[in-house]
Every structure is written in C-alpha cells, then in structure tokens.
Design a protein around this ligand. Structure first.
Ligand code: IPE
Ligand code: IPE
Ligand code: MG
Length: 248
C-alpha cells in the first residue's frame, strides 16, 4: 500500500464506512511461497479474518461481509475443499465456544443447502447465539455467488407473483432487496480485494452498484489492521458522486 507504518494518517472517525466487503484472496499463493500445503494458507487466512474483524469493530464499522467460499470454489480438488470445510467447522466451533465473551454478531450469506448438515447446524447455532450482540455484524459468504443469489431472489419474487401477494407490474426495487441474502446488510461503501486480482469473481453483483473499490497486491494472510485503516483513509478521500455533481 502507499504509506509506511510511520506516516499512517489520522482517520476521520466521523466518516468510517458502516458497511465493508472483503474478497479474501491469495491464501493459496501465500502457502505456496512458503512451501506449505494450501490448507495452511487457508488457516492463516482465517486467522487474518479474526484480526481484521477486531480492528474493524474498534474503528466502528457495523457490517463486514467476507467472501470465504464461492459457488465456483467447488471446482477445486476434494482435498482442498474438505480442508476448507474442516477449517470452517473449527472457526464456527471457536466462535460458538467464545460467544459469551465476544461482541460480534455472525450470520452467513449464500446457499447453505450444499454444505454438510453439521456445518449448516453450526451456522444456525452461531446465528442464534449471537443475534442479540451489538458489536460488529460479520456476514460470512459461504457457497455464495452473486448470480446464484439473484436467481434465488427471482424465484422468491416469482412465487409471490404466482400466489397473488405481488403484482408483476408493481414489483419495486425494495421487493428485490428484501429477497436477497443481504436484506439485512446496507450496500457496502467500500470493497477491498487482496492478492492483485482486479475482478469481483461473482461477489455481491447487485449490491456493489456504487461501492468504492480498493485493490491491493498483498495476499490475504498478510493483510493487517493497519492495511484496513489505510484502505479506509483512501476511501475517505474519494469523491462519491452517485451520478450527481457534488458541487462540481
Ligand atoms: C482465497 O484464497 C480463499 C478461497 C477462494 C477459498 P485462494 O485459495 O483463492 O488463494 P490463491 O488465489 O490461490 O492465491
Ligand atoms: C474469490 O476468489 C472467492 C473467495 C475469495 C472466496 P477466487 O480465488 O475463487 O477467485 P478467482 O478464481 O481468482 O476469480
Ligand atoms: Mg484466489
């Protein structure tokens, strides 16, 4: 990134983005560079998510949506997929165990139906145990794909039309939004993607319409709380016009 630690600028605490999305990419390359197996990279990536979410909470971010496993990631080897699923089990168990002393609220977006039953149950347990928490709301995208989410939304809206609760010609933006997985998440103001890839890889296609993007070459396991602060600093210096002129 652009600053050295020494000159990390002061953030405007009145302008902290309330909703941030992260594409946590680069775990595989991080492991390869160290001669480690892929699972070690994913483990380091999960630890990074822990650290970064704590910093986000301290800064006052309300929603953090993290892309953990896409609908396309099933194409990877059985060994890698089951390694990721085992780490996910451990992540969920750790949070379930620690939830009494933690302030995070956690839920998932994506289609849970393809995940193993025990993982689905752990997700529901953690969602229920943390639903009264008022700290950071962490949304983990698992078996998530933007197109899949839109397809599932269209089916739900279609069912409402079919059963007569909604008229096709009266469908509004709100009807779409409330049927997306992200119904309870404000559209991200800032999206961060690590590992030097400049694409969204099917993440939040509807929700990113006016999001500010920040790409960094750092691999996800190397991403730090200071990198998050820097990303927010850059965000605070963007001119968000939403198609208007903002006094220009
Ligand atoms: C992101 O890291 C995590 C997942 C997609 C599950 P990658 O595993 O994609 O890391 P690279 O892109 O191979 O380095
Ligand atoms: C995006 O990373 C998905 C996650 C971070 C979970 P990928 O590594 O799967 O994306 P591509 O294949 O490089 O586009
Ligand atoms: Mg990748």
């Amino acid at each position: 990134m652009i600053f050295s630690k020494r000159d990390l600028p002061e953030l405007d605490m009145t302008k902290i983005p309330q909703s941030i999305a992260i594409i946590m990419d680069g775990n595989g390359r991080w492991a390869k560079k160290r001669g480690l197996v892929k699972k070690a990279g994913h483990k380091a990536g999960a630890d990074t998510l822990e650290r970064v979410s704590k910093v986000a909470e301290k800064l006052g971010v309300k929603h953090l949506t993290a892309y953990a496993f896409s609908t396309e990631n099933w194409k990877r080897s059985d060994e890698e997929v089951s390694g990721i699923m085992d780490l996910l089990r451990k992540y969920l168990d750790d949070h379930i165990r620690r939830c009494k002393t933690e302030s995070f609220r956690v839920d998932m977006i994506g289609d849970p139906s393809r995940l193993d039953k025990d993982i689905q149950e752990k997700i529901i347990t953690l969602e229920n145990l943390t639903k009264e928490k008022t700290g950071l709301f962490l949304h983990i995208a698992l078996n998530y794909g933007g197109r899949d989410e839109i397809l599932r939304m269209v089916k739900k809206v279609g069912a409402e039309v079919e059963n007569g609760t909604l008229k096709a010609e009266e469908i509004k933006t709100e009807d779409i939004v409330r049927n997306l997985d992200t119904a309870n998440i404000p559209d991200p103001e800032l999206l961060i993607r690590t590992s030097g890839e400049y694409r969204f890889s099917n993440f939040l296609l509807w929700q990113l319409a006016y999001t500010e993007f920040l790409f960094t070459d750092k691999l996800w396991p190397d991403f730090t709380g200071d990198d998050l602060k820097e990303a927010i600093y850059e965000f605070q210096n963007r001119d968000r016009r939403f198609g208007g002129r903002n006094g220009r």
